[in-house]
Design a protein around this ligand. Structure first.
Ligand code: UT7
Length: 331
């Protein structure tokens, strides 16, 4: 049976580093508050004119290099972002052009923080069905251009950041290593706890001066509700995915949770009874880059030698939608 194996990982974040002290120039906050409530010490934001497409191109080139492949080896692109460079079309097709990948299919997946997990599941299905053998999966986000940087928006803007991560997936006919099982969910009744209201086609015009004045184009979050659900649903989804794979927690070498808040990751660790070395966090340096957190963390783990061939790795995410899910991988 064909399996889907990760053969290369890569990431890229903008050069501009924004520290917690830098945030105090925009709003009433402090390094102490941000560190103690979120774990974040610094994040990367784009400079004026730097685009998500540029970030994703660099992350993709890094992943292709790690896989020993060139863009013309690719059969398809699956691109996760909730913040495409423009409303229409999405970034996937633009990346196809920038990569010079030929007229291969490219789709955008809009499932926010869970975007990378959902994208892996789509790419896995395409590979297992025999449609394609090499797929680039990207998670990319620019949040810094859509946040309220005044004190009123400080609960959101100290958390979110910009970045891109990518993996090359390849069909593996040896039936031993690769993506083993997924667990995916949604609950649209909670959509307004983390959303951007405008622009939208339900509005005519899609965005108005009044919408901008009311800040409807900015990311809004009910942090307590998001937090409460995240700490329940990432652990339960991790267990469900392991169950589908016929594995137990004790089989797991590493869990990489979506980097939403260090306190959320700590609670996920406690609820699952994981040791410190079984969970990876890098939110301290990057903040929450939505669809990009997991591929960025995955690439760091691979390059640091935290993951070896044959290891069981679980990726788990929760976020806007609400949407959540997990995947179990035999590395
Ligand atoms: O990617 C998935 C989506 N995001 C998440 O998973 C995030 C989930 N939620 C969270 O991480 C947390 O809810 C936050 C970090 C957003 C907020 O932490 P909290 O412990 O829930 O704080 P809070 O909202 O209850 O606010 C406590 C206090 C408030 O002041 P008062 O009303 O007690 O006087 C806030 O106004 O902290 C204040 N506050 C801040 N103070 C300084 C909120 N944000 C800040 C800030 N700096 N940046």
């Amino acid at each position: 049976m064909t399996m889907t194996r990760v053969t290369g990982t890569g990431f890229y974040v903008p050069d501009r580093v924004v520290t917690n002290d830098d945030m105090t120039e925009f709003m009433d906050t402090s390094d102490e508050w941000i560190r103690s409530r979120t774990g974040i010490e610094e994040r990367h934001w784009v400079t004026e004119g730097e685009t998500g497409l540029e970030l994703s191109l660099k992350a993709s080139m890094n992943a292709l290099q790690a896989a020993g492949r060139s863009s013309t080896d690719l059969d398809a692109i699956v691109f996760a972002t909730s913040t495409p460079d423009q409303f229409c079309p999405g970034n996937g097709t633009l990346l196809q052009h920038q990569l010079g990948a030929g007229n291969i299919p490219a789709i955008d997946i809009r499932t926010q923080c869970s975007g990378f997990i959902y994208s892996l599941s789509v790419a896995d299905a395409w590979i297992r069905a025999g449609n394609y053998r090499r797929i680039l999966v990207v998670g990319q986000e620019i949040q810094s251009t859509g946040m309220d940087l005044s004190t009123a928006g400080r609960d959101v803007s100290v958390i979110f950041a910009d970045g891109a991560g990518a993996v090359v997936l390849e069909a593996d006919d040896s039936d031993r290593r690769g993506l083993l099982a997924f667990d995916l969910h949604s609950d649209g009744s909670q959509a307004q706890h983390l959303w951007v209201e405008s622009p939208g086609s339900k509005n005519h015009p899609r965005i108005s001066q009044a919408d901008v004045a009311a800040g409807k184009h900015l990311l809004r979050m009910n942090g307590k509700e998001v937090f409460r659900h995240a700490v329940e649903l990432m652990p339960s989804s991790t267990l469900a995915a392991l169950d589908k794979a016929g594995l137990e927690l004790e089989d797991v070498a590493l869990v990489i949770p979506h980097q939403a808040n260090l306190r959320i990751s700590e609670m996920v660790k406690r609820k699952l009874g994981l040791r410190d070395d079984q969970i990876y966090n890098n939110i301290q340096r990057y903040g929450n880059t939505t669809a990009a957190t997991i591929p960025i963390a995955l690439d760091e783990c691979v390059r640091q030698g935290r993951i070896s061939a044959g290891d069981i790795v679980v990726l788990t995410a929760f976020g806007s939608g609400f949407l959540w899910g997990s995947v179990v991988v035999r590395w």
